[in-house]
Ligand binder design. Structure first.
Ligand code: GTQ
Length: 356
């Protein structure tokens, strides 16, 4: 230990044993030299960790059915196969900030009521009419529907359709857990009590009308908790037919919160992109990593130097700040989600449109 009162010596300019010895002593004081870590801490541009990855539905489906033969929905609480990015082994992450999984509920099963501060969305992949109940209202889940479970809303899932139902879950769990701010609890009953008829929320908030008073039941989340695919598809097809596609983003409409015009959820952005048969989009990159589920169509996505062919119900990850573009063989309807809304609120979101 040098004498603290001795005159400070000019620095020894080259790395050497003195530095190593100094760093060793710093460690013991819970101190670390910034100059050794600065470049990693403040990178000149994003260095994406997630890898591009695709899960083909044909591959996923038998595993889901096998899971359902081994574990009941009740025992599992949520019987889900997590879509874990190969770059995040053991971390239950699809991107740096989003969790994704595929959930299966068999005919006659119940996924019991619980709630958590993490927000969830569902995108329905296969259904003959299973349902979810959210905050006192039930909604039938049809293929292509976008359904929200707002933060801290009770939710249980059920199925009396005679066939299994499968959907993609996306939750903001990595974000919530980053803040270490998460809560959850179980309901006393398997299923919550239902206080409003099916379709109530859509009628009140989703018909271009709003109640005279009241802001809706879900705080920062859209009071429309179920956005039916037939409406989304019809709107997008009409807009696409008008020929106003963005060269980089195709024809895109975002799911919005009618109360304020913002994104439907406070932490996760979702939108649907149409790319017409035989057309392609130009490459673009943005700071948000995306999870995409194919609602309809076949095509190829280029992401960085990788090409992935996709078909209906496939799910893929497009890493942050990595150029991406779509080539559509047939008319494609692509459901996309990312943390864009969170980045926008924090002033972080950027995009770069490339000319290729
Ligand atoms: O349906 O509530 O995939 O709580 C992960 C956690 C689904 C759900 C997931 C959950 C849920």
């Amino acid at each position: 230990m040098p004498d603290q009162h001795a005159a400070v010596q000019p620095p020894s300019p080259a790395p050497g044993p003195q530095r190593t010895e100094f760093y060793g002593r710093l460690k013991g004081q819970s101190l670390t030299p910034l100059w050794e870590v600065l470049k990693g801490l403040v990178p000149p541009e994003p260095r994406p960790t997630p890898l591009p990855h695709i899960w083909h539905y044909d591959t996923l489906r038998p595993y889901l059915l096998e899971a359902a033969s081994l574990v009941t929905a009740e025992e599992a609480e949520r019987r889900v196969l997590v879509l874990e990015n190969p770059a995040f082994a053991g971390k239950s992450r699809a991107t740096a900030t989003l969790y994704a999984g595929i959930q299966i509920v068999l005919d006659g099963e119940v996924a019991p009521a619980h709630r958590h501060t993490a927000s969830a969305l569902r995108f329905v992949l296969e259904s003959s009419g299973g349902f979810t109940a959210v905050g006192g209202e039930r909604t039938t889940m049809r293929v292509g529907d976008f359904v929200i479970t707002p933060s801290w809303a009770w939710h249980d899932h059920g199925n009396a359709s005679g066939q299994p139902i499968m959907w993609m879950d996306i939750l903001d769990l990595p974000m919530v857990n980053f803040f270490e701010g998460g809560f959850s609890e179980h309901h006393n009953d398997q299923t919550q009590s239902i206080g409003r008829p099916e379709g109530d929320a859509l009628a009140r908030y989703g018909a271009g009308l709003l109640p005279l008073d009241g802001t809706g039941p879900f705080g920062k989340t859209s009071p429309i908790f179920s956005y039916p695919f037939d409406r989304t598809r019809a709107a997008l097809a009409t807009v696409a037919a008008a020929g106003s596609a963005d060269p980089h983003w195709g024809t895109t409409l975002r799911y919005s919160n009618p109360s304020d015009g913002g994104w439907a959820m406070p932490t996760i952005s979702s939108w649907m992109t149409h790319v017409g048969a035989g057309t392609s989009t130009k490459a673009v990159r943005s700071t948000d990593g995306m999870v995409v589920a194919v609602a309809e169509g076949r095509g190829t996505v280029r992401v960085g130097d990788k090409r992935m062919s996709f078909g209906p119900r496939d799910v893929f990850v497009l890493p942050n700040w990595t150029p991406r573009s779509f080539e559509a063989e047939s008319d494609c309807f692509l459901f996309c989600s990312s943390d864009r809304v969170a980045q926008e609120k924090l002033g972080l979101w950027r995009e770069e449109r490339l000319q290729a």
